[in-house]
Design a protein. Structure first.
Length: 193
């Protein structure tokens, strides 16, 4: 849950707006305010996809997601909730890329020598599960982009109903309905008929 974040919400929002207007220094002032929350979010992702060995790699997820966030020059930054929604999408992407790399490695691809302990962000057992979820979520977003966004905010972002509503400019009641619908759709998609 993002509700207990450090840094005043107004400060974060103002810095995001300044960054969106091209002020690179605003990003440097923003990161200390949001780093702990990004780390907590990454730790949550790691625990979900790696299990009890969640500590190693958390910082790697944050740093890789940070690099992807800095590259977001087409985003109209509006709010703190929106930022965490986009940060969650970046972390999802980092984890899925890592899971896919595991699959390629198991099939003999990616032959460069790297310690497995350094690159394993997702457990081998859960890699395919994460890839399947990502593919299902991609299909869901193609069918209904709003449902995909709700899942990213709630599941990957850990945002509350209210934070998701603010990030996506919808009412909390709509978020609840869309969240229930998305969960049912994904369950059916992942479990089959």
């Amino acid at each position: 849950m993002i509700g207990a974040m450090s840094g005043a919400p107004g400060d974060v929002t103002q810095l995001l707006i300044e960054f969106g207007r091209g002020d690179g220094a605003a990003l440097e002032r923003l990161m200390p305010l949001v780093y702990d929350e990004l780390h907590q979010l990454a730790r949550s992702h790691r625990y979900r996809w790696r299990g009890h060995e969640a500590a190693p790699g958390t910082t790697s997820i944050v740093h890789e997601a940070y690099l992807r966030l800095v590259d977001q020059d087409h985003v109209d930054w509006r709010s703190r909730s929106q930022f965490y929604c986009i940060a969650s999408r970046a972390m999802r992407s980092v984890l899925v890329d890592n899971a896919r790399a595991h699959g390629a490695h198991k099939r003999g691809g990616d032959r460069r020598r790297v310690s497995t302990d350094d690159v394993v962000l997702v457990s081998r057992e859960r890699s395919q599960e994460l890839i399947d979820l990502d593919e299902a979520l991609t299909r869901l977003a193609a069918a209904d982009e709003e449902l995909g966004s709700v899942v990213e905010c709630r599941f990957f972002g850990g945002l509350t109903v209210e934070e998701t509503a603010a990030a996506l400019s919808m009412s909390p009641a709509t978020v609840k309905r869309r969240w229930s619908l998305a969960q049912a759709w994904l369950y059916k998609e992942l479990k089959g008929d």
